[in-house]
Design a protein around this ligand. Structure first.
Ligand code: PEP
Ligand code: MG
Length: 354
């Protein structure tokens, strides 16, 4: 949790670590008891809770947490643990296993998001001065279309006629999405030509991580089935603050009027265009932040497995009709963060959130 390695820890340190592990197991048990209960507010707003995953081993949490599906499958993670680029068959096997284990629950595969904080020894941007803003994600995919096409081919092969959801990371302009979609169309055509099964339902989406997209929504949304907001990168680009820099970790708050306003803009436009929208950044897994997202209108959240229990518990305690106007009012606040105001509001209503 704190990214620390303690070499030869003293007894009291060990004991406090063990106590923390026990407390966590206890919390897990408490949340496991909630897994069958609906994730709905007291006034019956239903929220779809999904999980982020990247390794096959993560998939076991799908059952454990009672998540509705995998809102973000980070396909680069299995690539990161290999020493060479996996071929189409190896990729297809892996994605197929993910779909098998999900057993009909929806899975959204994100195409390779390498570069930035995720370095592959055999692809990538070495020597970029600002790797997070450098040659990464879809930028690599479009400049090396054979690589992206192989991944799309593997996804189609893995789906083997089952539904498939694909999303492209770090899209910054509409033309990039159209180009990526073009590659997907080529692969669908290729599969058809060879008499292979194509997904009986295909959903194509974009990750909203680059602020410039906020002013292209009207031209972007007619071309997608869904948008998934990656608040980790969106936050880093909104505030020009490296997401991995611990000195900046608490400097800017996602519960700031600026961030809430861009999120509101996204959800309003998606509503007008009838496009599904979800959040898949870390923010979605924090109970207080999740309540703010609900109040803005988001009804689909994807988070690390450990967030599902606490977020479900918080959702079940709130009357959304009370939170909505309060949060909408806060959009106009001139404070840098509205976290404390939101927390106080929640506590006053008996919703105990961290
Ligand atoms: C994000 O940027 O919010 C996101 C979910 O993607 P990742 O954390 O993998 O960059
Ligand atoms: Mg991201």
């Amino acid at each position: 949790d704190s990214a620390q390695v303690l070499v030869r820890p003293a007894d009291d340190v060990l004991q406090s670590v063990y106590a923390a592990i026990d407390a966590r197991a206890e919390r897990r048990r408490k949340y496991a008891a909630l897994r069958e209960l609906a994730s709905a507010t007291l006034d019956q707003a239903r929220v779809s809770l999904n999980m982020n995953a990247g390794l096959l081993i993560d998939m076991q949490h799908l059952e454990e947490t009672g998540a509705d599906g995998i809102g973000l499958y980070r396909t680069e993670i299995p690539f990161m643990v290999r020493s060479e680029f996996p071929d189409v068959d190896a990729q297809a096997w892996l994605y197929g296993r993910v779909l098998d284990v999900a057993d009909g629950k929806p899975v959204t595969f994100r195409t390779l998001d390498v570069g930035g904080d995720k370095v592959l020894p055999y692809v990538g941007a070495f020597g970029d001065e600002n790797p997070a803003m450098g040659w990464r994600a879809i930028r690599i995919g479009l400049d090396r279309p054979a690589m992206l096409r192989r991944q799309l081919r593997a996804l189609i092969q893995a789906a083997n006629g089952r539904p498939l959801s694909v999303m492209f990371p770090m899209i910054a302009e509409v033309a990039e999405l159209l180009q990526a979609r073009g590659l997907l169309d080529l692969e669908l055509e290729r599969a058809r030509r060879r008499g292979q099964a194509v997904p009986h339902r295909l959903r194509v989406g974009v990750m909203f991580e680059v602020p410039a997209l906020a002013w292209q929504l009207d031209s972007l949304l007619p071309h997608v089935d869904f948008i998934s907001v990656g608040t980790n990168d969106l936050m880093q680009f909104m505030y020009a603050a490296d997401r991995g820099n611990t000195r900046l970790a608490n400097r800017y708050d996602p519960l700031s009027p600026a961030m809430l306003q861009i999120l509101k803009r996204i959800i309003d436009h998606c509503g007008e265009h009838g496009v599904e929208v979800s959040i898949c950044g870390e923010m979605a897994g924090k109970p207080l932040d999740a309540l703010a997202l609900l109040a803005l209108g988001f009804r689909n959240l994807s988070m690390s497995a450990s967030g599902i229990g606490p977020v479900r518990a918080a959702i079940r305690k709130v009357v959304l009709a009370e939170f909505e106007p309060f949060v909408v009012d806060l959009l106009g606040s001139d404070e840098p963060s509205v976290r404390e105001r939101l927390r106080a509001f929640a506590l006053d209503r008996g919703v105990d959130v961290l």
